[in-house]
Design a protein around this ligand. Structure first.
Ligand code: AGP
Length: 607
């Protein structure tokens, strides 16, 4: 997730662009840049790191141009560097582009453009857009951009500036947000309202499939075919801080709601009809044939994702998997050698314990695959292979969209290993892929139950203990649900394998003790119901969670939260969402600091 801005008007552009990018830094901050049109030359300034580095690069003698675009980056394709920073130009510096999103078919387009003689300088998907505009340009910038939009697949909010068409900005959006700010003789484009609140509170909120052409004389909106679109002006009532959270009260709630997009972005370019494509992983059949054991190593929520990964890899790829807490791994003399695959999972890619485990595994000859959300992070640079989750920056300490995209990473890796080893048929892989493609929309369906879950949360306000139970993959999600509740509401919560309760913990279940029972895994459903009845017999208050259409669970519990039907192997991605929302609303009701809970940090870079 990146931040883009554009300006055309009667003021010097660069200060406005930089100010806007500063407000968008929460969307990404590994590099930044601006481009302006000055005396018919495109002038580009870029820097690595936060905006302050760009300001130093610009100095005080910057261009006085009245038109420009800018970008602050969260890397997906191509590590953080000056050459990979946006804006990106074509061969002749006639066109310059900024982009937020992922161009799914950029590699094939790049190959075709190189065959036609285009020279590329970066590793990014975005640079393809600048060369495509150059390739299609035949005197009309708007027409050229329309042709580009017919050629690319993926998600984008893009803005194009050209010295061949000097007084206009042309922009388009699909699956990535974009707004147009309406000033007095000046106009703004931005990823979201945050960037332009200092200048105007009147905006058009663009929808998917819309293009906009902006000149000093005004704004023209159309669909990709050129049919004009009319828009109501949205009068912004938010303050700047609220705007950074997209109008949500906390980053955590915003990030919970970003999950459908994050899940969609993380599968972009990786799913064919019956085949997984992981460009960043080049485990060959010969190399995989040497692997006889897998370790998944991580901390906290990432470790919970590893618990799911274990089941998927063992079930699909038929490889034995051990899941280790990173801070324990290297002190227990793990049986690691050149026949071991070690998967490290880390949202930040900087967790000290996980990094130490990665280094220990490499020292002992293992092949290391990282699943991480930060391009250029230490974990991503030191692993042999990487599966990036494309969730965008996760600001709240409590991990949500990173977890569900880590689960997606486990699914992709499990299928990839099975595909390379031939332990799953193409047909079976195709079935899982088909179900996975439905997950983003199903996640949205779960989110649409927010008000019901908010109501349920009220009954937890004075609770002191809570228990999460489940079997198989439901147990792994129960672990995550328990962590979410305790880390942001400070309620003591525990997760148990449902079959394990009677071996001791059942002694803690008394009248009205809240128990959240996950009951999706079809092969152990009846057993789970028996365990639910055990706690009900002790007068616990039970909230059940199961697939829509299952009418039996409601007979055994006090409330039921339903999720859309999917494969049992994919259900953790959906079942965790109600638990995230429940924890969030309990935390808010108890007046806790949701985004920055006491004693915790977003990335634990100390052992
Ligand atoms: C989860 O909500 C916590 N923020 C924490 O457990 C986190 O998952 C853990 O510290 C690992 O962080 P990482 O994924 O950045 O390595």
């Amino acid at each position: 997730m990146c931040g883009i801005v554009g300006y055309i008007g009667n003021k010097v552009a660069i200060p406005i662009l930089v100010d806007g990018l500063k407000k968008l830094e929460y969307r990404g901050y590994d590099s930044a840049g601006v481009a302006v049109l000055d005396h018919n030359e495109i002038i580009v300034s870029k820097s690595v790191g936060k905006l302050v580095a760009l300001e130093e690069e610009l100095g005080v003698n910057y261009s006085q141009s009245y038109i420009g675009i800018g970008h602050t980056r969260w890397a997906t394709h191509g590590r953080p560097s000056k050459v990979n920073a946006h804006p990106h130009c074509d061969c002749g510096q006639d066109f310059v582009v900024v982009h937020n999103g992922i161009i799914e078919n950029y590699l094939e387009l790049k190959d075709k453009l190189i065959e036609k003689g285009h020279q590329f300088v970066s590793e990014t998907d975005t640079e393809v857009l600048a060369h495509l505009v150059e390739d299609y340009y035949a005197g009309d910038l708007e027409e050229a951009v329309r042709n580009v939009l017919k050629t690319i697949h993926g998600s984008y909010a893009m803005v194009v500036l050209s010295r061949k068409d000097p007084d206009r900005l042309v922009a388009a959006r699909k699956d990535s947000p974009m707004v147009v700010g309406l000033g007095d003789g000046e106009y703004f484009i931005a990823s979201d309202i945050t960037a332009i609140l200092n200048y105007t509170r009147k905006v058009y909120i663009l929808d998917d499939g819309e293009m906009v052409v902006i000149t000093k004389d005004g704004v023209k909106i159309s669909d990709f075919e050129g049919t004009p679109r009319t828009k109501d002006v949205f009068d912004v009532k938010w303050d700047a801080v609220a705007a950074e959270k997209g109008g949500y009260e906390h980053f955590m709630l915003k990030e919970i709601h970003e999950q459908p997009r994050a899940l969609k972005d993380t599968m972009l370019g990786r799913l064919e009809e019956e085949r997984i494509v992981l460009q960043e992983v080049d485990l060959t059949l010969e190399e995989l044939a040497q692997i006889n054991k897998v370790y998944i190593v991580a901390c906290g929520t990432a470790w919970h994702a590893g618990l799911v990964g274990k089941t998927l890899i063992e079930r699909w790829a038929r490889l034995p998997v051990e899941v280790d807490i990173a801070s324990e791994f290297r002190y227990r003399s793990p049986l690691v050698d050149e026949h071991t695959l070690v998967v490290v999972v880390s949202q930040s890619g900087e967790t000290a314990d996980t990094l130490a485990a990665l280094r220990e595994a490499k020292n002992q000859g293992a092949r290391v695959v990282a699943v991480t959300n930060v391009v250029g992070s230490t974990v991503s640079r030191e692993a042999h292979d990487v599966i990036f989750t494309w969730a965008g920056p996760e600001i709240a300490v409590a991990s949500t969209k990173a977890y569900t995209t880590q689960l997606e990473g486990m699914v992709l890796l499990g299928l990839y290993l099975a595909q390379v080893k031939g332990t799953l048929s193409s047909k079976k892989i195709g079935e899982v892929i088909s179900a996975l493609k439905k997950i983003p929309a199903q996640a949205q369906e779960v989110l649409d139950q927010e008000s019901l879950i908010k109501e349920l949360a009220k009954s937890f306000v004075n609770v002191e203990d809570a228990f999460f139970i489940g079997r198989s993959l439901d147990w792994a999600v129960a672990m995550e649900g328990s962590l979410k509740l305790k880390e942001i509401s400070y309620i003591h919560a525990e997760a148990y394998a449902a079959g394990e309760l009677k071996h001791g913990t059942l002694a803690l279940i008394t009248e009205n003790t809240p128990v959240i029972a996950l009951a999706t895994q079809r092969d152990v459903y009846d057993k789970t119901i028996s365990n639910v009845k055990e706690v009900k017999a002790r007068d616990a208050r039970v909230i059940g969670l199961t697939y829509k259409g299952n009418t039996s669970l409601s007979k055994s519990v006090d409330h039921v939260i339903y999720i859309p039907e999917t494969l049992d192997e994919l259900s953790p991605i959906l079942t965790v969402i109600p638990l995230q929302l429940l924890s969030y609303y309990v935390s808010v009701a108890r007046g806790c600091d949701v985004d920055k809970p006491r004693n915790l940090a977003k990335s634990v870079t100390v052992e």
